[in-house]
Unconditional design. Structure first.
Length: 54
């Protein structure tokens, strides 16, 4: 299986990595968990009135 080593929109040969199915699944799981963590952390703080905090 071939996966992206870096940026997902860079399809050059240098950015592709050959992995077995098991390792490709492990890489995908780690990336999903990392993206989920970042998405939760970057939400803007809101006041009780619903306005965003600067």
């Amino acid at each position: 299986m071939v996966v992206h080593a870096g940026k997902k929109d860079d399809h050059s040969v240098g950015n592709l990595l050959g992995l077995c199915t098991w390792h490709a699944a492990q890489k995908a799981q780690l990336e999903w968990e990392a993206n989920r963590f970042v998405a939760i952390r970057v939400r803007p703080m809101r006041h009780e009135s619903g306005e965003q905090q600067s």
